[in-house]
Design a binder for this molecule. Structure first.
Ligand SMILES: [Zn+2]
Length: 80
């Protein structure tokens, strides 16, 4: 497996990475640019800090790109 260039520490746990890799590129962009921020009261981009699996869900945690407020996003398990 080829490693992508990452400017800082990889926020993904091993399991989370596996799950993330299964998500199509367009869907990933939609996920990271569509996180609800309680301060901005709307969809914002997330500055990803950690990505972990919790039960069968992928939990992305980080900060709002606009205001720095803590935000998180849940990616439900795929049904196939
Ligand atoms: Zn915000």
């Amino acid at each position: 497996m080829k490693r992508k260039k990452i400017p800082f520490l990889d926020p993904f746990s091993k399991d989370a990475k596996k799950r993330w890799d299964k998500i199509p590129k367009w869907a990933r962009a939609k996920i990271v640019d569509n996180v609800y921020c309680g301060k901005c009261m709307g969809a914002v981009s997330i500055v990803l800090e950690t990505a972990k699996m919790q039960n069968a869900n992928l939990i992305l945690r980080g900060k709002c790109k606009t205001c720095g407020h803590e935000v998180c996003s849940l990616v439900e398990p795929e049904r196939d």
